[in-house]
Design a protein around this ligand. Structure first.
Ligand code: HEM
Length: 452
């Protein structure tokens, strides 16, 4: 280990991760047991060097260093192999665009997430949550992962494409999206890049799903352009957007790329976190009791509306704490665009930086009893003591999640609407273990609905 000082005269511990193998470096450990491996590293240093294959990467394990990376998007841009593999799927949208283009894109997409728009999308969320609550049967197990994925896919599809969207299009998105997410993840972690080229059934299914989604989005964008009316949905907002610097509009292809990006970024993340929330509530009866008491008092049997969201404070704390323990975006990456310095350590252009909210959220120095599920740590009087940069489920800086309020609103309404009618019981003997895939999922998770 070496200690370094940067301009703020602070001393940082910079170290190399142990158990590095020739040629593969830490790639096998990262592939097989990423969460165990990564959470073992903060004890070793503030900035830990890894090798993925022969390529150097760094994991900042101190919130100040994480902030330095995330708040300087020009020097620490999106990048690396994952981004290159995502481009053929997502095109050039918010996730894949580089710094200069991202700034323009973000200015154009942001109005679609204005609070007044979120209030409209909440109407769709409310309807879909109420409809979903009516599909469960007492005592009949549901795969809660699958159920939450279906719910968030329908909500996002309808928020994007208005309430009049033909039901078959919503069903198509619900069908194709999981195939795409799965395939995109397999491609992202394939170090050879060959997997996508093999004549496998999974590849054919992926290509077909992607083709159907592209065609569907093209058709809908074309329809909207022809009528030109604002339907109050996300797509209308994207089509109406004007760049306030140069007055330009997005082309159809640019709108298309944003739509597919929003679908890929918004559905599985919220669904994974909701699944974990149900699991945690079932394992913590006192938290479940308090959530039930709140929804009963606030809603008195009604389906929740957007106006109820601020009143559902405990429900929101449950979700906030769920995102701490099981952040769906468990790791995201950056790449240096110039030679720079982090924690007093020289980084060459093209160095990969790994940011892991999962690692930071479980550091004992940052959260008391970090493994405990304690929604009340987010009470305002306690939350004010949380160190800046230590809670990152939505990222930070100019690339912070554009759907954070959308996702929080959706999850609060879903938890309240379903918990006001149902209690979910675990199925005995089912072991639950986080799987670090495209998002941090629980895998298939059967639970039994009991009417309340
Ligand atoms: C609980 C739910 C969600 C979580 C945990 C989450 C997490 C994140 C994180 C960590 C990032 C930043 C990644 C980085 O810095 O590289 C991000 C970006 C993004 N998210 Fe979310 N997200 C959620 C919901 C949503 C929803 C509902 C939408 C859209 C409807 C969405 C759309 C996006 C987009 C487009 C980006 C890229 C933003 C940019 O680079 O400007 N997310 N999300």
């Amino acid at each position: 280990m070496k200690t370094t000082s940067d301009t703020s005269a602070r001393t940082w511990r910079v170290t190399a991760a142990p158990r590095r193998l020739p040629l593969v470096g830490h790639a096998l450990l990262l592939g097989r047991r990423p969460l165990e491996f990564l959470t073992s590293l903060p004890a070793l240093g503030d900035l830990v060097e890894l090798r993925i294959g022969t390529k150097q990467a760094f994991l900042p394990c101190h919130p100040e260093l994480v902030q330095k990376v995330l708040l300087n998007a020009r020097v620490y841009d999106t990048g690396g192999p994952v981004k290159e593999k995502a481009r053929p799927i997502l095109g050039n949208g918010l996730i894949t665009s580089d710094w200069a283009d991202h700034r323009r894109q973000r200015r154009m997409v942001q109005p679609a997430f204005h609070p007044a728009r979120i209030a409209t999308y909440a109407g769709v969320m409310r309807e879909e949550c109420a409809a979903h609550a009516a599909t469960w049967e007492a005592g009949k197990p549901v795969d809660i992962s699958d159920a939450m994925q279906g719910l968030t896919a329908r909500i996002t599809a309808r928020a994007l494409f208005s309430t009049e969207m033909a039901p078959h299009s919503v069903a198509e998105i619900q069908r194709s999206l999981p195939v795409m997410v799965e395939g995109a993840y397999r491609r992202a972690v394939d170090p050879t890049g060959l997997l996508a080229k093999l004549p496998l059934a999974a590849n054919r299914e992926f290509d077909a799903a992607l083709g159907r989604l592209h065609a569907l989005i093209d058709g809908i964008v074309g329809d909207y352009r022809r009528t030109g009316e604002d339907r109050g949905d996300l797509l209308s907002a994207l089509l109406a957007a004007r760049d306030d610097e140069d007055g330009g509009q997005m082309s159809d292809q640019e709108v298309h790329d944003q739509v597919i990006t929003l679908l890929l970024a918004g559905v599985e993340t919220t669904a994974s976190a909701l699944t974990w929330a149900w699991h945690l509530l079932a394992a913590h009866p006192e938290a479940e009791r308090r959530l039930h008491a709140e929804v009963d008092e606030v809603l008195a049997g009604r389906t929740p509306t957007y106006a109820d969201v601020p009143k559902l404070a405990y429900t929101q704390r449950v979700f906030t704490e769920t995102l701490r323990l099981y952040p769906p975006a468990w790791m995201y990456t950056r790449m240096t665009t110039e030679d720079t310095e982090l924690g007093g350590h020289r980084l060459r252009t093209g160095t990969d930086i790994l940011i892991s909210p999962y690692v930071i959220h479980r550091m004992p120095g940052l959260f008391a009893d970090p493994e405990d599920f304690d929604p009340d740590r987010w009470l305002p009087e306690r939350a004010k003591d949380v160190t800046r940069g230590s809670y990152l489920p939505f990222g930070a800086g100019s690339r912070k999640c554009i759907g954070d309020v959308f996702g929080m609103t959706e999850a609060t309404l879903a938890l309240a609407a379903l918990a006001s009618r149902w209690r979910l019981r675990p199925v005995p003997g089912v072991a639950v273990r986080p799987r670090a895939q495209m998002s941090l999922t629980a895998g298939p998770l059967p639970m039994v609905p009991e009417p309340r």
